[in-house]
Design a protein around this ligand. Structure first.
Ligand code: G3I
Length: 340
């Protein structure tokens, strides 16, 4: 009898060469551990397939900060505890972002000094709590807009405190856990282009100034309709040449679905192309020195953020239905077996 990939699990196939991760589904209410608490099957799949966990939502400000005074670590702790129990690494996501901030942040009309204190306290508290247990942090997330300009108005921290706050947040995170690897993270930076160039310049500048920054995360929210990012490897390599770690942090590959939102719904041709893309990405990650992980942004197509945000598209992940592996899953397994 041959051993199938799902009996072995992707993490075993990847071995020590690469961490294969997933986002832990963050539906439901802040404070609740969701599927991780309620669904034994989900827990089993997580433990078997993945060697790295990222909180899809549960470490964002909206979840961690019910009020200016309080922290709620219920859901975040559940992820870190599960990871420890199964020998998985954790990627912390995220400390400074323009989205999913709690309402009280804007409603409080804080002045710059107060905001600075709130931000520093948050970073020291959160990173400090998980020191030694969360090895990678997305410290700054999506600070550039689609025109490759810093989000100096949209991001409340950059708006109030100016771009110079970026160096401070890395420094504060490093103070709280000197062993954690600190990343910048963004979407639409797979290719060499204006936005990835902007990141290259920012990270190069931070490094030159001695700011503790260690990595660049390429999210990898791809769309079959937009073509494969042919120069991804070249792009990752130029960040590696700066001395940075890299990671694919939020991979999903969506297609056009002809069935209700959230179902796998891709036709055969799309499933085949999607499988090729997934395998290629994994081979690239294996080939680039310092590329430590490939994280898929969820487990089941039905749980993905994609159909809700891009109606008419979906089928973006490796499994669907009752944890049925898709062609993409098998292609990833094969790529891991074969190496770069
Ligand atoms: O928690 C509430 C729940 O109480 C309510 O009943 C429900 C009704 O819609 O909404 C729930 O909140 C949703 C939350 O996900 C948890 O499920 C929000 O509406 C929804 O907007 C939020 O979406 C998340 C999105 O970030 C927000 O920006 C997605 O799950 C999450 O996958 C997505 O992740 C981001 C990364 O953090 C950064 N990169 C892009 C990526 C995809 O957008």
């Amino acid at each position: 009898m041959t051993t199938t990939s799902t009996q072995v699990g992707l993490r075993a196939l990847a071995d020590e060469r690469l961490h294969i991760g997933t986002a832990v589904t963050g539906g439901g209410q802040p404070g609740s551990a969701g599927l991780l608490a309620d669904d034994e099957r989900y827990r089993q799949v997580l433990a078997r397939e993945f060697s790295s966990l990222t909180a899809e939502n549960q470490m964002k400000w909206q979840w961690l900060r019910p009020s200016p005074e309080a922290f709620d670590f219920t859901a975040a702790d559940a992820i870190v505890d599960a990871a420890q129990a199964h020998g998985q690494q954790v990627r912390g996501h995220t400390l400074l972002w323009h989205n999913q901030n709690p309402d009280w942040l804007a409603a409080g009309h804080y002045d710059a000094q107060e905001l600075r204190t709130i931000l520093r306290t948050h970073i020291h508290t959160v990173v400090g709590r998980y020191a030694g247990r969360i090895g990678h942090w997305d410290v700054i997330n999506e600070v550039f807009d689609d025109n490759a300009q810093l989000r100096t108005e949209q991001n409340p921290w950059l708006a109030a405190l100016g771009p110079q706050i970026i160096a401070d947040v890395f420094t504060w995170a490093h103070e709280a856990d000197p062993s954690a690897l600190l990343f910048g993270n963004d979407y639409a930076v797979e290719r060499i282009g204006a936005k990835s160039d902007a990141w290259y310049g920012l990270l190069q500048d931070l490094l030159a100034r001695g700011v503790p920054v260690h990595g660049f995360g390429v999210q990898g929210h791809l769309d079959l309709a937009h073509g494969y990012p042919e120069d991804l490897e070249q792009n990752l390599r130029r960040f590696a040449d700066l001395g940075l770690h890299t990671a694919i942090t939020e991979l999903d590959i969506r297609g056009l679905v002809d069935s209700p939102a959230g179902q796998a719904g891709l036709d055969e041709a799309q499933l085949a192309t999607q499988a090729q893309w997934y395998a290629r990405l994994v081979r690239t990650a294996l080939a680039v020195p310092g590329c430590g992980s490939v994280t898929v942004w969820g487990v089941l197509d039905e749980q993905s953020w994609v159909p809700g945000w891009f109606p008419g598209t979906g089928g973006a992940l490796l499994m669907h239905g009752d944890y049925e592996p898709k062609p993409a899953y098998h292609a990833v397994a094969e790529a891991l077996r074969a190496g770069p």
